[in-house]
Every structure is written in C-alpha cells, then in structure tokens.
Design a binder for this molecule. Structure first.
Ligand code: PMV
Length: 339
C-alpha cells in the first residue's frame, strides 16, 4: 500500500475491493484557495478571465480507515460547516454527499471502504475564494490517495466541476481549473485553459468585506441587466474581455504598473455593470490612496472581497488602510515567477 496507482476504471474496482482496511494507511491532502484577477462576470458570456491560486489559505482533508465498519460507512467531520455525521445521513444533493457518490461511480466501485474524513479550511466562506471547490478538490485528492488510486489534474478538475454545479448552478469552471492546476490560468468557458507565465514576483492583498457575496444572485442580476440593455451591457463585457487579454501579456512581462492600471479600469467597468457596492468601493479607495498600484473587486461582487496589487514598501500602510476601511480580514498572497 501507499503506492498511488494510475489504473483503468475496471482495474480500480478490483484493486479497491482487494484492500484490507486494517492495513490502509491514513492520507492527508490540501487544496489552495483562488481569486479572480480579471474578467469576472464577462467570463460567463464567453470572455476570458484570469485566476490565480491563493496559497496562503487552504482546505485540508485527512482520511483514516475505520476497520470493523461496513463498506460505505463514511464518517465526515467538517466542523467549520457544522457537519459531524455519516455520509448516508447527509441529503443526497449536498455537495459533500455527492462528492463521495461521484468517487464511487467514477471508479465503478461496489462500495467505498469505511473511513473517517476530516475536513478543515482557512479559506473564507462566500468570499469568492473558491472555498467550495477547494474542499471538494482536497476531498478527491485525499480519498483517491487513500484508495491507492490516481486522478490527473484535468480529470480532477472535471470531477470537481460536477460538484460545483451543485454549489453554483451554472459555474463557468474557472474555480475548479485554477484550484486543480495550482497555477495562474487564462480561462475561456468551453475552451481548453492556458497556464499563464509570470515575469516578476507580485504581492497582492485581498481584503474580505463584512458582507458575503451571493454568486448565484449577482450573476442573475447581470443576466437581467443584459436582457434590459443588451447593447450597453454587451459592450461592457467586451471591454472587460479586452482588458483581460492585455493583462495576460502584462503578467508574463512582469509589468506591475500596467497591471495596476488595468485593475483600475476593470473596476470602473464592474461598477458600470452594477456589481460593486459602497463597502467594496471604500476598500478599493483605501488601497489606492495608501499606495496600491491598482485595485478592484474580485468574484461576483456586491460583497465578498477586493484585491489590490501592492509593492513591499507600501504593504503595511495598505494593510492598515484596508483594516480601517472595514476589512474583516486581509490576506496576502505572493504570485511567484513562473515560466
Ligand atoms: O465569487 P466567485 O469566485 O464564485 O466568482 C464568481 C465569478 C463569476 O464570473 C461572477 C461567476 C462565474 O461562474 O464565473
């Protein structure tokens, strides 16, 4: 045991059935949070978006065998979200229950060996940081590794997407992609994603506002705006797409001044789209006034968080200004140089 196998689905079921629970070592896996840097909302309508992993926050999952218990007896402990119970007691459409069902079905297993799954997360909830997708990703990673099976990142992302549908209705797929890949991604719905190179290390501060963002509701509002004023809204979405395409090149060139300006321009368009709020605008102004190179809301908006591009000399001042302007927490993330 302890060897993770890349098996065909049929071999996987034979292999898992041959496992002896008393000899199955426990496993631990994690998945990072994420944040959208450019292109939210426009991505729902076919424009590109850029998302980056936030390695400073993560979902952690451990799995251990429960010898003596029957198959499919899975004890799930997720105290952050108030869950401490058995798989089969959860509503079948709950994302966690569905995750275990999907693992069982994907590998065509008769049953899952009895196990205890412990889930914890430092990713803020309903803040556009991919907490749902990260928890699902970490569960897939920890459980498949416990079973001695392997999923590549693309398979993993596809399976997480199935669960994301339960959280978000019609997700674009950006969360599962960036969280499974753990790299900045350039994403167009329905197209293969591209990994983005980063030409210079960059520091971002993410300020979480006191109001949660309700992605489904805000996406629905934008849809209604689009129906009422198709030309105006379509032109805003296309301009956001243009900014995102340009931002991809500036990230690769390491042009932080240019990127900051693009973040500010993207924010103006998000305001015109009606998805900002006084609270988010105050945080953005505070970041800019204290030296950020650029700042914008991130995710669905109307709550959630903002992201500011900083440099080291201004970092402390910006952090303090964000706290003064009402941030519930400030998370720093460093985007490292990558080819
Ligand atoms: O708040 P988040 O991270 O769920 O982002 C929502 C981003 C939207 O573009 C508004 C919706 C989507 O599915 O991409």
């Amino acid at each position: 045991m302890g060897i993770v196998r890349n098996l065909c689905v049929l071999c996987a079921s034979t292999f898992v059935e041959s496992l002896d629970p008393s000899e199955m070592p426990g496993t631990a896996s994690k998945a990072f949070g994420k944040i959208i840097l450019f292109g939210e909302h426009a991505v729902v309508y076919g424009q590109p978006a850029i998302a980056i992993p936030v390695t400073e926050v993560q979902a952690n999952v451990t799995v251990r065998a429960l010898p003596g218990r029957n198959g499919n007896e899975i004890h799930i402990v997720a105290r952050d979200i108030g869950i401490d119970g058995w798989w089969k007691e959860l509503p079948s459409n709950s994302p966690l229950a569905a995750t275990f069902a999907l693992i069982k079905n994907h590998f065509k297993l008769d049953h899952l060996p009895a196990m205890e799954v412990n889930i914890s997360s430092t990713i803020p909830l309903a803040a556009g940081m991919g907490s749902g997708a990260a928890i699902t990703t970490a569960v897939f990673r920890a459980v498949t590794s416990f079973l001695g099976l392997k999923l590549d990142n693309t398979q993993l992302s596809g399976l997480v997407f199935e669960i994301e549908r339960l959280y978000h209705g019609h997700p674009s797929g950006i969360d599962n992609t960036v969280i499974a890949q753990e790299r900045p991604v350039y994403f167009i719905k329905g197209h293969p994603f591209k990994l983005i190179s980063v030409g210079r290390q960059m520091i971002f501060l993410i300020a979480v506002s006191s109001k949660a963002s309700r992605t489904i509701e805000v996406v629905e509002e934008v849809k209604n705006h689009l129906q009422r004023s198709p030309e105006r809204i379509r032109s805003i979405l296309e301009s956001i797409g243009e900014i995102t395409r340009h931002a991809k090149d500036l990230l690769s060139e390491g042009d932080t001044e240019g990127l900051g300006r693009l973040m500010d321009q993207n924010q103006v368009l998000l305001q015109e789209l009606g998805v900002s709020s006084n609270e988010l605008d105050d945080l953005i102004t505070a970041a800019r006034m204290s030296g950020a190179k650029g700042a914008k809301l991130s995710g669905a908006g109307k709550g959630g968080n903002i992201i500011a591009l900083c440099d080291e000399p201004h970092e402390r001042k910006i952090r303090a200004a964000l706290a003064d302007a009402g941030a519930v927490s400030v998370i720093k993330t460093i985007l490292k140089v990558c080819a």
